[in-house]
Write a protein that binds this ligand. Structure first.
Ligand code: HEM
Ligand code: PLO
Length: 513
């Protein structure tokens, strides 16, 4: 082996020609659990073949950190698959685009936009609180009846991202919102499933139910995105050519990035949302640098980028909220403890603010525990090695797909005491005052170059939505129904099965108001 590239390859599952290791994986829809259990036979780092793709599976935090942090750049690629190529128009977004200058530029743009008019700004807190208030109103109206909270949680979260991306929001029963719920569910059900189409791209020529559904859903999504885009698009300036053609040049070099008038791009009078900001930055870029073919930020890039933020912004946070509610139904004593903490620190005369976060460590610990026990993205998004490299003592060839099994990292018995037990207390210090992770084996948002772009936003939302709801309501399982299952459904996010809740207005709140 070349120096520094390790000695041999990881142990591999048996593989057949063409099929690869499919036989060991077929019939196990919960892929994260299957890959977790295979450790017993193959060790924590092993390889397998998905069709003709060499895949390395990482199940320990030590190796996960090496891949994501220590050698982050070596592993910053993404695989191309049939379904994610459809979703992102051939990798023109952020999440499913491979590493490169244009991807770096897009990521930097969104990161700056989110931190400039999102995170840390009072405006965003106000938006989240507005939606939290509306959610509480709906719960009040449905009081004491069994209710599926999912659509209401989704609407609250959607309106936050919608305000951020498009400066708009949805009312209850809005047909556009209903359409969005439907197409997004269709996408979650079909995209990136290690389905046959992704393992054998040539199977595309055959009719495939999943693929057809995905295409139909994407049509609806694209129409919606296009409409928002057209509404935002600034009229073409002189010499800009046909605005509809949409190919406008930018040169995403780091040195050049320094010259972008960020303040102007994000704080100008006309910039109200992420869509405006992206358009504005493109315009400024175009005016200050020559065009370099192949590195253009096209309309497709802008659309797919916003599509990512919108899609990730909605599906992930909503899923965590659903998991949180489900665990609170199972553990009423934990719910009571959060409410006691809130009564004590905030009371009933004012609503919770973001600045209350340090006052409510038990709620924060509960959120951390939900993210540990049911990671939204149990296998992250697959990474790809961009060079011959190594993990631990093993050599990894360029082009290998690397799956980080976050489920294994979060359920490692060597790192977590009774990992299957839901115990927020594990994230608190002895005095129950400060929140800290008892083990480094905890990466709910990933880490390094590909770390989640929405981490800060998601944490703001989770805290405020849960604080608002639990200040006012006690969530219970309807008497005539069994406790809903805690088993997730594997997919591009770890989904919660449908369940109903009874939201009872708390005595303390009723008395105070
Ligand atoms: C990527 C988790 C919310 C935008 C990721 C990854 C994880 C993750 C594990 C993959 C990292 C990797 O592949 O190494 C979560 C969790 C969330 C959440 C647990 C909620 C609690 C959000 C929100 C947004 C967002 C609200 C949008 C504002 C993204 C994007 C990527 C990403 C764009 C792709 C990054 C890249 O490939 O460079 N997230 N996420 N996420 N997330 Fe999140
Ligand atoms: C969710 C369904 C949407 O309609 C499209 C979409 C876009 C971005 C994806 C998201 C879906 C699922 C969760 C993903 C996100 C990018 C990053 C995030 C994969 C498919 C995670 C958790 O990694």
């Amino acid at each position: 082996a070349a120096p520094g590239t390790g000695r041999g390859r990881p142990r591999s599952l048996p593989a057949l020609p063409l099929l690869g290791s499919l036989l060991q994986l077929a019939g196990h829809p919960q892929l994260h659990l299957r890959l977790w259990r295979l450790q017993g036979r193959y060790g924590s780092l092993y390889a397998l073949w998905m069709g003709s793709h060499y895949v390395v599976v990482v199940n320990s935090y030590r190796h996960a950190r090496e891949v994501l942090l220590k050698k982050g750049k070596d592993f910053a690629g993404r695989p191309r698959t049939v379904t994610t190529d459809l979703l992102s128009r051939g990798g023109k977004d952020i999440a499913f685009a491979s590493y490169g200058p244009l991807w770096k530029f897009q990521r930097k743009l969104v990161h700056t936009a989110l931190s400039m008019f999102g995170e840390g700004s009072l405006a965003l807190e106000r938006i989240i609180c507005r939606e939290a208030a509306s959610l509480c109103e709906t719960l009040s109206a449905a009081q004491d009846t069994a209710l599926d909270m999912a659509p209401e949680l989704t609407r609250a979260v959607t309106n936050v991202v919608c305000s951020l991306c498009f400066n708009s929001s949805y009312r209850r029963g809005d047909p556009e919102f209903e359409a969005m719920l439907e197409y997004s569910q269709g996408i979650v059900d079909t995209v990136a499933k290690e389905s046959l189409v992704d393992i054998f791209p040539w199977l595309q020529i055959f009719p495939n139910k999943d693929l057809a559904l995905l295409k139909k859903c994407l049509q609806v999504r694209d129409q919606l995105l296009q409409q928002k885009f057209t509404e935002h698009k600034v009229p073409a300036g002189p010499g800009q050519g046909d605005a509809g053609a949409g190919v406008v040049g930018t040169v995403p070099r780091t040195s050049w990035l320094m010259h972008i008038p960020w303040q102007e791009a994000f704080c100008g009078d006309t910039v109200k949302d992420l869509m405006d900001a992206l358009l504005q930055v493109r315009l400024s870029a175009e005016n200050s640098s020559p065009l370099e073919p192949g590195l253009e930020l096209t309309d497709d890039h802008l659309l797919m980028t916003v599509g990512d933020i919108f899609g990730a912004g909605v599906e992930t946070t909503t899923t965590v909220l659903k998991w949180a509610v489900l665990y609170l139904l199972h553990y009423p004593e934990i719910q009571r403890k959060i409410q006691e903490e809130m009564d004590h620190k905030i009371g009933q005369v004012r609503h919770p603010h973001l600045s209350d976060r340090p006052l409510l460590p038990y709620l924060e610990a509960t959120i951390s525990e939900v993210l540990r026990i049911r990671p939204v993205s149990p296998l992250l998004i697959p990474h790809v090695s961009l060079a011959d490299t190594s993990i631990g003592e093993y050599s990894i060839p360029k082009g290998a797909r690397v799956i980080i099994n976050l489920w294994s990292v979060h359920h490692d018995e060597k790192e977590w005491d009774k990992p299957e037990e839901f115990n927020p207390g594990r994230f608190l210090d002895e005095r129950g005052q400060h929140i800290h992770s008892p083990s480094p084996s905890y990466l709910p948002f990933g880490a390094g170059i590909r770390v989640c772009l929405g981490k800060v936003l998601a944490k703001m939302e989770l805290f405020l939505f849960l604080a608002w709801v639990l200040q006012r309501f006690t969530l219970e399982c309807p008497e005539d129904q069994p406790l809903p299952s805690l088993e997730g459904k594997f997919g591009v996010v770890l989904q919660v099965q449908k369940f109903q809740v009874k939201a009872r207005l708390r005595e303390a709140w009723r008395a105070a108001s």
